[in-house]
Design a protein around this ligand. Sequence first.
Ligand SMILES: NC(=O)c1ccc[n+]([C@@H]2O[C@H](COP(=O)([O-])OP(=O)(O)OC[C@H]3O[C@@H](n4cnc5c(N)ncnc54)[C@H](O)[C@@H]3O)[C@@H](O)[C@H]2O)c1
Length: 326
Amino acid sequence: MKITLVGAGGMGANHIQAFPYVKGLEVMAIVDANLEIAQRYAKQMNCRAYHSLDEMLEHEQPDAVDICVPSFLHTDYALKCIDRGLHVFCEKPMAHTCREADEMIARAAHSGVKLMVGQVLRYWPEYRFLKACIDDQRYGKLCYLSLTRQYGMHPEGSWYLNPDLCKMVCYEMHIHDTDMVNYLFGLPDAVDSVGSERPEIHMSYINTHYLYHGKGFAVSALGGWNDSTLPWAGGYLAAFEHGTLEYKNGVVTCYPSRTEPFTAQLETLEGVPSEIVGVYQELTEFVDWIAGRIEKTAVTPQSARNTIFMVEKECESVRTGQRIAL
Ligand SMILES: NC(=O)c1ccc[n+]([C@@H]2O[C@H](COP(=O)([O-])OP(=O)(O)OC[C@H]3O[C@@H](n4cnc5c(N)ncnc54)[C@H](O)[C@@H]3O)[C@@H](O)[C@H]2O)c1
């Protein structure tokens, strides 16, 4: 399958690193508004470089496009490719509104192409382990889950810090944990969020309680960024009837009741560097889905759309100070 990548920045570089490991994938071109970046990666991948999506589409005939440009471009770029009959892998967030996400799904169905969204946590071994423990109840039923995600180092001038272009922490970072909650438990009955956005000091945070009536567990997620030297920090604490899991500083520790704690054995993929396992797995599923080897991927377009719906409701809860029913 022939693919081109659009947007070779931080996340695009991860995809480029993963491409050679994905069976059946041929990279035709790298596109970046900064042509020097595109040329550098194109040389490495032995393919062509372009400075815009339009220029690439004029000259190439890929089967699929991998969209890793800043989020405010996702819907326009995805629709442009979909309408040309190209399969689309789009980084998260799928879109900035539910309406846009619905449009992307409808147009992909109309064009008969596959659309996949990079909600990559669903492929991370640390979160697959959490899901397995919740599903098979090896430590009993889940009682509460707390997810966190924080960062402090967006460079000055980055689109991430421009509130006209970026929907801040909710749509950029916290959405990973919202998506995990959606993946693990489906749409909640309601969300109750507090948060704040102060772009003048690079501050953006949200703390949400996801309410699942009658399920007997509590779920919350805190996402934030601020002006500091804090490197990326994400994790969770999951308390079950007979044990606790903690994912912290890159390690998942199991604390069973009344026995010694131990480090969880997470799945590894032979030959694939651990830092790109998630991206590798999602891109592999994308290729397998297009080739008809699997019927659906762990991230269906509808479920990625539901994650946007949840984030919209969380932002509404912050804005109104009310608990919002879904
Ligand atoms: N799944 C994840 O874990 C994850 C992590 C980080 C970022 N992301 C997502 O990836 C996307 C990109 O984020 P990033 O951190 O790589 O941003 P970035 O700023 O590091 O990179 C964006 C790149 O896109 C290029 N670009 C900008 N406008 C363009 C255009 N019109 N045409 C072509 N290229 C253009 C820029 O030159 C830059 O190289 C965002 O949507 C972000 O939410 C996902």
